[in-house]
Design a protein. Structure first.
Ligand code: SAH
Length: 244
């Protein structure tokens, strides 16, 4: 009899424990909530501040803009990782540190008109919109241009204009620009962009094909001073003609 009691107790314990394990599993699976704010703060400390981005306004903008809203749902939990991510159409959203570095190089004070070539997800445009007066951004792929335009509208940005077109030609009607940021790699600096840069304006652009240098151009009285900043890797600038 005692043995049967013992057996029963062991059985109850085993079954009870299994139920507990199942319950734990269910809890883990049923709570996909991710603390994006904490991930963003972690990104700021370990990637952005630690690598030397100091401009307070740039730091504030990157703390504010919710990067996970700019990536496809399946990648949201990786949005604050130290890497670029796919955004569809074989394109990528840039690594957070590169966004911070390129933005800081523009030295925005708040009153500028800025042009971005390569809207992609719209994330860089949102960061710029926090720091400048007006942002003009050009994307060559219609799906991405439309998606970014809608998202930026939904997020309430009123100082961003999105255009679908070839950024090699800039945005003549809105020129000159105090800052130009190119987020796809070009073999050389497009002449139209140099022409559309204001006196005293700054341009950041990855130059090269497979291997690229991030280059800063500063225009002073029609003279261009160029400085190479760091080696980078961007998707190439598309030069094909748009379908009619
Ligand atoms: N700044 C983006 C990342 C851009 S990836 C972000 O924050 O998400 C580079 C983008 O440049 C891609 O979306 C690509 O379609 C676009 N692009 C490539 N060639 C272009 C061109 N000639 N004119 C405008 N956009 C171009």
């Amino acid at each position: 009899m005692r043995q049967i009691y013992l057996l029963l107790i062991i059985l109850v314990l085993i079954i009870g424990n299994q139920k507990f394990v199942v319950a734990q599993g269910a809890v883990t699976q049923a709570s996909p909530s991710v603390d994006f704010k904490a991930l963003r703060e972690d990104m700021m400390r370990t990637q952005i501040e630690r690598r030397g981005i100091k401009d307070k306004k740039v730091l504030d903008a990157m703390r504010k803009v919710e990067r996970h809203k700019f990536v496809p749902l399946i990648y949201q939990r990786f949005a604050y990782d130290d890497a670029p991510l796919p955004i569809g159409e074989e394109q990528t959203i840039s690594q957070p540190y590169i966004v911070g570095l390129m933005t800081e190089l523009l030295q925005l004070k708040g009153n500028e008109k800025v042009l971005e070539i390569g809207t992609g997800s719209g994330y860089q445009a949102a960061i710029l919109a926090e720091l400048a007066k007006e942002v003009y951004t050009i994307e060559i792929l219609p799906e991405l241009a439309n998606r970014a335009e809608k998202l930026l509208q939904d997020l309430g940005y009123k100082n961003i204009k999105v255009k679908c077109g070839d950024g090699n030609f800039g945005w003549k009607e809105a020129a000159p620009f105090d800052g130009i940021i190119v987020t796809c790699a070009s073999g050389d600096v497009p002449q139209a962009l140099i022409a559309q840069l204001a006196d005293g304006g700054r341009m950041v652009i990855p130059i090269g094909t497979d291997y690229q240098e991030l280059r800063l151009l500063v225009k002073t009285k029609n003279k261009i001073e160029q400085t190479n900043i760091i080696p980078v890797r961007f998707v190439p600038m598309i030069k094909k003609k748009l379908k009619p």
